[in-house]
Write a protein that binds this ligand. Structure first.
Ligand SMILES: O=C(O)c1ccc(O)c(O)c1
Ligand SMILES: [Mg+2]
Length: 631
């Protein structure tokens, strides 16, 4: 017996033809699909063909939907609607599903009388029952008279027919800020079906919001877990089904969306099962979110020539060659607490990454408390794993693939035990540091192609417990860049994610130059940004020049001492403050091979952001610099 509810997805969530949708849903492991009427109408085959196809794939057809504008219409529509229902029943029987979703009537002509709605639904349910079918009634948040689940439930109770039940959809309830907790009191068998959807919090017309911006549970900001907990407390034992209307999903690769969907459903169930029932075994045995102590290293895919160039570039930033791998063409560069690895080993994950993307970050090493448990969690959440070849007595680093195919390596450090670097590298004697030491990797920013944000958010949130910060819109001279930082509870891992629809923004240029999503910039934490910038400038490091207007404006925005302002100006440092008086000083390098760049940052007084106020100036300076470099 499966320990979880059967898992279903509406065909409207997925791109492509009905065949593609069913295959993707089945291959990733869904148990069933909601057939959206439009996907059937546009399919060049009979409902019986769909039934066979689903059966061959091992998919149940959980529901046929939607049936619109049925209840509480005046004559002659009332009678016509009952005839319409009979035609839908014919299709359902050919499809081999017993449940139809009736969404609440949105017509002006709909009569505002729950008794009439109940009488009509009872008629429909009686006709359905004669064919062994069932009817579920769902409140649309923008229905003419029925908008809340309680109103729909009241009508279902009045109708009092065993073939009529309630359908609930987290979006409609949560979008209206309606309270789902009362669902726990319903008899579970009277809830015929449960749809789950999340959404970002937008202050907009609810119909437009629902039709274009829904996303999978965990990708948005609605309290879907609380909703699900209430539903499950009723004793509901039917399928949990994802129903997402989203413009980006309609355009996204179908297999990725299906994977994200199932990942989100596994997480939602685990989340709903977890805290309310201490001591009981959760429905999904999902290992806990790993504790992350930081980014242990970043690994660059290079070939020999690119490796030399990047090594030189890093040398200019004060990094030193600190070790060579015992068995592979892999070098360790170090400055202070920061480890950067350059991998030119043939026939490796790095080599294929280099073939596809050129010099770029191909792996991130995360320091975790329990690498094996973290790997099991990732596997349970459908992440592909990777086993790199290794020499005798070298460390086994559990590895999984991020949504762009880059690797995340899980590094477990135990006090008093040899480190990864001791185990796998011939370490060179450390020379005295050039410049003030780097304290660690402050953040790693990735550029994503349009449409990839939700998938990455779910990956980092679900697998590693990072939480998304609010989305920011940053003006690049060539278009807007949307940025959302994923940050863990301790602030030890910070991963801003940027997307842009515009091809010529810094983010857009990265995506075309690197052939896809990847690490666009790496920020190092320092104690004193002015001292670090001065040391970098002194050793001839390529710092990004910032225009003088920026500093004139700074003096108008913040009460800075003249000497400080002059130092910022001289060192091309940017400055920001938060509302609590925390401050941020940062400087950027120009890019390596027009691809990625580095930043040094200093945080004071609990500043937790990323200097978004300065992004426009930085991106304009980069655009100007790169245009100059191209000549
Ligand atoms: O947007 C709609 O019309 C619509 C249709 C069916 C649903 O189940 C739903 O939640 C919304
Ligand atoms: Mg719905």
């Amino acid at each position: 017996m499966p320990g979880h509810h059967s898992r279903s997805i509406a065909t409207v969530c997925l791109s492509g033809e009905l065949t593609d949708k069913l295959e993707a849903a089945a291959n990733i492991g869904f148990d069933g699909v909601e057939i959206f009427e439009n996907d059937l109408l546009t399919f060049n085959g009979s409902p019986a063909d769909v039934r066979r196809m689903a059966a061959d794939l091992g998919l149940a057809i959980t529901i046929f939907q939607p049936f619109r504008d049925f209840e509480a219409m005046p004559e002659p529509q009332r009678r016509r609607n009952l005839d319409r229902a009979e035609r839908k029943f014919d299709v359902m029987q050919a499809l081999g599903t017993d449940l139809v979703l009736v969404c609440s009537n949105v017509q002006e002509a709909c009569i505002g009388d729950p008794a009439r709605a109940a009488a009509d639904l009872r008629d429909m349910a009686e006709r359905a029952a004669q064919r062994g079918l069932r009817v579920g009634y769902e409140a649309l948040a923008w229905g003419r008279h029925t908008r809340r689940w309680r109103e729909a439930w009241d009508i279902v109770q009045r109708a009092d027919h065993p073939a009529l039940g309630l359908i609930v959809d987290s979006f409609h309830t949560l979008a209206l800020k309606d309270d789902p907790s009362g669902l726990a009191e319903l008899p579970g068998e009277r809830i015929f079906f449960v749809q789950l959807a999340d959404a970002p919090l937008y202050d907009m017309d609810v119909l437009q919001w629902s039709r274009h911006y829904r996303n999978f549970p965990g990708q948005g900001q609605l309290p879907v877990t609380g909703f699900l907990r209430a539903v499950l407390a009723s004793g509901y034992s039917g399928p949990l089904s994802l129903e997402i209307f989203n413009d980006e999903f309609r355009a996204a690769p179908v297999r990725q969306t299906a994977r994200d969907g199932l990942r989100s459903l596994i997480l939602a169930e685990a989340g709903a099962a977890a805290p309310s029932a201490p001591g009981t075994v959760p429905a999904t045995p999902l290992p806990p979110v790993p504790r992350l102590s930081g980014i242990e290293f970043l690994e660059f895919a290079v070939n020999e020539a690119a490796g030399r160039q990047l090594g030189d570039f890093l040398g200019g930033l004060g990094f030193q060659l600190a070790g060579r791998h015992r068995s592979k063409a892999v070098e360790l560069y170090r400055q202070g607490q920061v480890n950067l690895v350059l991998n030119s080993e043939p026939d490796s994950a790095a080599a294929s990454h280099f073939e596809m993307h050129g010099p770029s970050v191909c792996a991130m090493g995360l320091a975790v408390d329990d690498a094996a448990a973290a790997a099991r969690r990732a596997e349970a959440l459908l992440c592909a794993s990777w086993n790199e070849k290794r020499g005798v007595s070298e460390r086994l680093l559990p590895a999984l693939r991020a949504p762009n195919g880059a690797l995340v390596l899980l590094v477990e450090n135990q006090p008093g035990r040899p480190t990864l670097w001791d185990d796998d590298f011939h370490l060179l004697p450390a020379a005295p540091p050039a410049g003030p030491p780097l304290l660690g990797i402050d953040h790693v920013t990735q550029a994503l192609a349009p449409g990839q944000m939700d998938g990455f958010v779910l990956f980092y949130r679900g697998v590693f417990g990072l939480e998304p910060e609010p989305q920011l819109d940053l003006p690049d001279p060539q278009g807007l860049v949307h940025s959302r930082a994923m940050v863990n509870a301790g602030g030890t891992v910070r991963l801003p994610l940027n997307t842009s629809e515009a091809r010529e923004t810094a983010t857009g240029r990265f995506i075309s130059a690197a052939a896809g999503a990847g690490v666009h910039h790496i920020a190092f934490l320092v104690e004193d940004a002015a001292a670090s910038a001065a040391a970098l400038a002194g050793s001839g490091a390529p710092l990004l020049p910032i225009p003088g207007n920026y500093y004139d404006d700074l003096s108008a925005r913040f009460a800075l001492e003249d000497a400080e302002l002059e130092a910022l100006r001289r060192l091309n440092l940017l400055y920001d403050q938060d509302a609590e008086g925390g401050s941020f000083r940062h400087a950027y390098t120009t890019s390596f091979a027009n691809r990625f760049f580095f930043e040094v940052v200093q945080r004071r007084g609990g500043y937790r952001q990323f200097g978004a106020n300065n992004a426009a100036v930085r991106m304009a300076a980069q655009a100007r610099f790169e245009a100059g470099r191209r000549g």
